[in-house]
Design a protein around this ligand. Structure first.
Ligand code: ATP
Ligand code: MG
Length: 473
C-alpha cells in the first residue's frame, strides 16, 4: 500500500476528535480509519464537511464503546458517535453484493478487511483511508488520480454502474466539483449504462444535481450531463433540462456561474431555456423540490412572464387608462402627475414603472431582485457588451430594467399591504358594507397609488383618500 504522512494537515477540532474516535477503536483492538470524501478533500487541500470512519468493529461493539451514540443504521453497519463538538458516522467494513434495481444493496456483509471495504467504493479518489497517525492507505491509486484530476471507477466501470446507477451521476458531480475529467473507460461505461438512471429515485437525482450546481464549476458538470445524455433517462422527465441540443445550452454556459447558489443557478437554467409556468412546475415536481423552493422559483419565473406581457403592450394599455383616471381625480391629495409625462417616452417609462410596481406587489422584492440577477447574467452572456446599452426588440425592456429596476425598487416606499399606514379594519369602521373582495381591491389600489408616489403613505391622507373612494362607489 502506498502511504504518506498527512498528519500535519489534519488540524482543527473536527480532525482531532475524529482521531480520538479512531484511536479509541484501535485501543480496543479493532482497525479504524477515516475514509472517503474527507480523505479526498484533505489530499486536495479542500475544506471538509464531515469525517466518516470505517472500522472492523461490529455496530453493536461500536455502540457499546462510546458514551453518546445514535443507532443510525445498525443493519447497514452505521452508528453515529457524538463527541464534544462533532458527530461521526462510524461504519463497519462491509462488502456489498446482490444489488437490487441498480441501486445500493439492501443486504450487506460485514468483513474485517480495509482493502475490501475500499473496493466497494465508487471512485478511486473516494477509496482512500487515513489512520490515526496520518498514514494514507490508497490501494487503487486515488492519490495519483487526485493529482492528475481524474475520475475513475474502482474496478470494472461497467459492473460498478450496473450495480448502482446513481454512481454515474456522482461521477459527473465529482468531475464538476473537483475540476476533474472522467477517464475514457469510465465515460464509455457511463454512456453505455445511462438508461439505468431510470431506476434511481428522483430525490437522489435532485441531491446530486443540487450539489453539483452549487459547486465551483457547475458548467463543467452540465456540459458533461448534456454530452452523456444521462438526464434523458431519469425516472420522471426533466423536459428541456434533458435536451442534448447544444444551441439550447450555449447561451447558458457563461450565465450559470454569474449567480450564486444552486437555486438561483437553477432559475437561470429555467429562464435560459425559456421555460414557462406549467412546464417549470412539472420539472420542479419531477425533482421533488420543496414547496418553499418551488414557490421561490416560480415567483422569479412570474416576474419574467409579467415583463414579457408588458412587452406585448398589455400593461401599457392598462396604464394609460390608469393615468387618465388619475387626471380626473384632481380633488384628492395625490401627487400631481407631471404634464411632461405625456411625452411618449415618459408615458412608456411610467407604464414600465407601473408594471414594475405591480410585479413587486404580486411577486415580492426578493423575486424581483433575483430576476434582475438572473437577467443580468443571461443578458451579458448572450449579447456583446457594446450592444448592451442600445439593444433592439424584446431585450430593450430588460435592459432598461437592468439599469433602472433596482433604483425604482428602492424608490417604492411600500413592499406589501402590511406596510400601509392603514388596515382593512380601519376601512370597515368607515362603512356599513360587510367585508368582501371590494376591501382587498381598495387596499390594493391604495398600495399602488402609494407605490407610484401618487399618494403619500400617511394615515390621515390615506383615510381621506379611502373616504373619497367609498363615496364614489
Ligand atoms: P461529499 O463531499 O459530497 O460528502 P463524499 O465522497 O463524502 O462526498 P458521500 O456521499 O458522503 O460522498 O459518501 C461517502 C463515501 O461513501 C464516498 O466517498 C464513497 O467512498 C462512498 N460512497 C458513497 N456513495 C457511494 C456509492 N453510491 N457507491 C459506492 N460508494 C459510495
Ligand atoms: Mg460525505
Amino acid at each position: 500500500m502506498m502511504t504518506e504522512q498527512l498528519s500535519v494537515q489534519m488540524q482543527g477540532s473536527m480532525w482531532e476528535e475524529a482521531i480520538g474516535v479512531v484511536t479509541m477503536l484501535e485501543q480496543r483492538g479493532y482497525q479504524a480509519y477515516m475514509v472517503g470524501g474527507c480523505v479526498r478533500d484533505l489530499v486536495m487541500s479542500r475544506s471538509i464537511n464531515d469525517i466518516d470512519i470505517a472500522t472492523s468493529a461490529l455496530p453493536e461493539q461500536v455502540a457499546a464503546m462510546f458514551e453518546r451514540v445514535i443507532p443510525t443504521g445498525m443493519e447497514h453497519g452505521t452508528v453515529t458517535v457524538l463527541t464534544a463538538g462533532h458527530a461521526y458516522e462510524v461504519t463497519t467494513f462491509r462488502k456489498e453484493s446482490a444489488y437490487e434495481n441498480f441501486r445500493r444493496p439492501e443486504q450487506v456483509e460485514f468483513i474485517d478487511d480495509l482493502r475490501e471495504d475500499l473496493l466497494r467504493r465508487d471512485f478511486t479518489v473516494n477509496a482512500m483511508a487515513l489512520d490515526a497517525a496520518g498514514v494514507l492507505h490508497d490501494p487503487f491509486q486515488g492519490q495519483t488520480d487526485v493529482a492528475t484530476r481524474r475520475i475513475r471507477c474502482v474496478g470494472d466501470p461497467e459492473a460498478r454502474f450496473q450495480e448502482d446507477a446513481l454512481r454515474m451521476l456522482r461521477g459527473i458531480r465529482f468531475a464538476s466539483i473537483l475540476e476533474a475529467r472522467i477517464v475514457k473507460s469510465t465515460w464509455r461505461a457511463l454512456r453505455t449504462h445511462r438508461e439505468k438512471l431510470q431506476h434511481i429515485a428522483m430525490e437522489r437525482v435532485r441531491d446530486e444535481l443540487w450539489k453539483m450546481t452549487a459547486g465551483p464549476q457547475p458548467v463543467r458538470g452540465w456540459v458533461l450531463l448534456v454530452r452523456s445524455g444521462l438526464l434523458t433517462h431519469t425516472k420522471d422527465s426533466l423536459e428541456c433540462l434533458a435536451s442534448a441540443r447544444v444551441e439550447h445550452w450555449a447561451p447558458l454556459w457563461c450565465a450559470l456561474e454569474k449567480v450564486d447558489g444552486a437555486d438561483l443557478r437553477f432559475a437561470v437554467l429555467l429562464l435560459g431555456h425559456r421555460v414557462e409556468g406549467p412546464e417549470a412546475k412539472r420539472i420542479m415536481n419531477a425533482l421533488r423540490l420543496s414547496n418553499a423552493q418551488q414557490d421561490r422559483l416560480l415567483r422569479i419565473l412570474r416576474v419574467q412572464e409579467l415583463v414579457a406581457a408588458h412587452e406585448q403592450h398589455k400593461a401599457r394599455v392598462a396604464c394609460d387608462s390608469r393615468m387618465s383616471h388619475a387626471e380626473i381625480e384632481n380633488d384628492t391629495e395625490r401627487i400631481d402627475v407631471d404634464k411632461q409625462l405625456m411625452g411618449s417616452q415618459k408615458v412608456a417609462e411610467f407604464a414600465l414603472k407601473c408594471m414594475w410596481a405591480g410585479t413587486l406587489f404580486s411577486c415580492g422584492e426578493e423575486a424581483l431582485q433575483q430576476w434582475l440577477q438572473c437577467c443580468a447574467a443571461l443578458t451579458v452572456s448572450t449579447r456583446p457588451a457594446a450592444t448592451l446599452l442600445t439593444p433592439a426588440g424584446s431585450d430593450e425592456l430588460k435592459c432598461i430594467l437592468l439599469q433602472q429596476g433596482q433604483a425604482w425598487l428602492d424608490d417604492i416606499p411600500v413592499r406589501s399591504l402590511r406596510d400601509l399606514a392603514i388596515s382593512g379594519t380601519d376601512i370597515l369602521q368607515m362603512t356599513s358594507r360587510p367585508s368582501g373582495s371590494w376591501l382587498k381591491s381598495l387596499l390594493e389600489a391604495a398600495w399602488m397609488a402609494i407605490a407610484l408616489k401618487e399618494l403619500p403613505n400617511d394615515r390621515i391622507r390615506l383615510l381621506k383618500w379611502i373616504e373619497h373612494r367609498l363615496e364614489e362607489q
